[in-house]
Write a protein that binds this ligand. Structure first.
Ligand code: FEO
Ligand code: CA
Ligand code: CA
Ligand code: CA
Length: 592
């Protein structure tokens, strides 16, 4: 084993109990204040419309306001390359829309304006934030303020740029995509850029031609989509009319938060799948390494190693690092060893005879390529975190997989050891030689989530400390505390096997002790996802996603906020996702 490079951080807060309250609960001695909720103006000069509680803001207004359903998030100190903790940028994802809440009358009388508002409520926000001494505020207006949404022009890099499978009538060269969708988790590069990851993009597309390609099927594209109903008004999402448009989604997108006019880039060298996050570290050799999960049942864990090296003195050169390199997929062997299998055209059967004409097709059909090379099917890989105190030590949440072991589905294996895995687990691996670019590793299961009082033995798990299930968000803070956020689905949270376990939560653990301690519980019907820290560790930003779900189903007009009135309380027209600022009342280090 590899020694930790810095001293072990200590958890000093008093653990909180489960909560079913409609508020954010934090430990004694901490505060939690809302900073930026859906519909709040992003801060563009001369264009800062306020949120209207009846959701009557127009599509044009939504394009300059916070999107819906906040997810992954990063903090960047201002100015560029500074290390201060009082002034910075927050870049954050807006994963998807609940159109029942987004429009005054929900999805009744569907029209092109509603589709446009939904498209504008997706994507990313960049906001300028500062600590005034009396708390944090969003700086408005700000030259950094920016919304990127489903219609923002985005460049393409890597092997799929210009590929014939990327060409459309609107973009015959295959070099520019409109928009980014279903932005789930994220990444932050050492050169000061933000990575946003496209997860369940398949659900926006419809193909009712009666014929689906193997590639379309492999990503779950079908004749209905997931209920967004865009294709009827915006034919870009009708695959019968625009068969290649879906190939232009499912990527990791790099954004420069310091330049509101910089065009984002989809980096196709990192592969196309249902990207959860993209966690960046620099290998001892200087190569950039990106760890990525594909969040669906029985999907894979990937990593990318850049061809060129990181140069701390040349930010511009680093902007091309994710454009060229090698994509790998993980194989977890039963003996505790693991391998990174290259997804490279011409190797491991990824040949023209087997349906992969070139490297462009390998990355566009990354799932089919990973099937071919013999990767291991995991229990929904979500976030990945690299220990800042122990090089090459990596953790990944496997949120759950109720289908494991069902008829016709893969059964338990060494790395996914529970059939009917309702509580999930956290995997750990140590790269050989502590080198993130290594081709082999040793793995173990860090924890099997669960509850000690479960009726069924397979749901008990082996958590030391506070119980949780469905781990999803996962991030190390600057001191080496690992924070775990849960996403128990609305159909299960606080009921069935999760009865009396309260709303979704966030727990902390120090790898050496393995003791989990509950730090935060969210309001009713929410998911906790997305977190960021200031360099001094005195401020933590946490995102609360879909509070009140399912107050409004997609096909139901907005109902009164029966489940949640968070964050606006009595005056709430509808619940809103939001960013929360967590601080210690005595100004101390979070978690200490
Ligand atoms: Fe968007 Fe896998 O969570
Ligand atoms: Ca997630
Ligand atoms: Ca999840
Ligand atoms: Ca979610």
């Amino acid at each position: 084993s590899v020694p930790f490079t810095k001293k072990t951080p200590l958890l000093g807060f008093k653990s909180i109990p489960f909560s079913s309250d409609d508020r954010v609960v934090v430990p004694e001695g901490y505060s939690a204040d809302v900073l930026y909720a859906w519909g709040d103006p992003v801060g563009i000069k001369g264009n800062m419309p306020a949120f209207k509680q009846d959701a009557s803001n127009s599509a044009a207004e939504q394009a300059v306001q916070a999107g819906m359903h906040h997810d992954g998030m990063s903090y960047f100190p201002l100015p560029l390359a500074a290390t201060g903790s009082k002034h910075g940028l927050l870049a954050m994802n807006h994963e998807y829309t609940d159109d029942g809440l987004l429009h005054v009358d929900g999805m009744k009388k569907w029209n092109a304006d509603k589709v446009l508002k939904s498209q504008h409520a997706h994507g990313v926000s960049v906001i300028e934030v500062e600590d005034t001494g009396k708390g944090w505020r969003v700086v408005r207006p700000s030259k950094y303020a920016r919304r990127i949404h489903a219609n923002t022009p985005i460049a393409i890099s890597g092997p799929a740029r210009g590929h014939k499978l990327m060409q459309t009538e609107a973009d015959p060269q295959g070099v520019e995509i409109l928009g980014t969708l279903n932005n789930c988790a994220n990444g932050q590069t050492p050169w000061g850029t933000y990575l946003t990851c496209e997860e369940n993009w398949d659900g926006y597309f419809v193909n009712d031609s009666g014929t689906l390609s193997a590639n379309e099927k492999r990503y779950g594209i079908n004749n209905k989509g997931a209920g967004y109903n865009w294709a009827v008004e915006d034919f870009r999402f009708d695959l019968q009319l625009n068969p290649n448009e879906a190939n232009r989604f499912g990527w990791v997108v790099e954004i420069d938060p310091f330049d509101a006019s910089a065009k984002p880039v989809k980096h196709t060298a990192l592969g196309r799948f249902k990207h959860e996050g993209a966690t960046v570290t620099i290998a001892p050799s200087g190569h950039a390494v990106v760890y990525m999960g594909d969040d669906q049942r029985f999907e894979y864990i990937y990593k990318f190693v850049s061809r060129n090296k990181y140069n701390a003195k040349n930010r511009k050169a680093n902007m091309g690092l994710l454009s060229e390199g090698t994509l790998y997929v993980a194989r977890f062997n039963a003996d505790g060893a693991g391998e990174w299998l290259p997804l490279v055209h011409g190797q491991n059967g990824l040949t023209a005879e087997n349906g992969f004409a070139d490297q462009g097709e390998v990355v566009i059909m990354a799932r089919l390529a990973a099937d071919k090379v013999g990767a291991i099917k995991m229990d929904r890989p979500e976030w990945i975190a690299v220990d800042p105190r122990r090089p090459g030590s990596v953790y990944c949440t496997l949120t759950n997989n109720s289908d494991r072991g069902k008829d016709g589905k893969p059964g338990a294996d060494a790395a996914n050891p529970r059939n009917g895995n309702l509580f999930g687990h956290i995997m750990h691996w140590q790269e050989n030689g502590s080198d993130a670019a290594a081709l082999g590793f040793k793995w173990d299961i860090f924890v099997l989530a669960g509850r000690p009082d479960a009726a069924k033995a397979e749901h008990v798990g082996n958590i030391k400390g506070d119980a949780f299930g469905s781990p999803d968000g996962l991030k190390f803070d600057h001191n080496g505390v690992l924070w775990v956020q849960t996403d128990v689905s609305t159909s299960t949270v606080n009921m069935k096997e999760y009865k009396d376990m309260g709303n979704n939560q966030m727990v902390a653990v120090v790898p050496e002790t393995g003791e989990f301690r509950r730090f935060l519980v969210g309001p009713k019907g929410c998911e906790i996802t997305g977190l960021a820290f200031t360099p001094d560790m005195k401020t933590m930003f946490v995102n609360i996603q879909h509070p009140g779900e399912p107050d409004s189903e997609r096909n139901d007009p907005a109902k009164p906020t029966a489940i949640s009135r968070w964050p606006d309380g009595a005056n709430a027209g509808r619940p809103r996702a939001g960013t929360v600022v967590v601080r210690k009342l005595n100004g101390g280090v979070i978690g200490s």
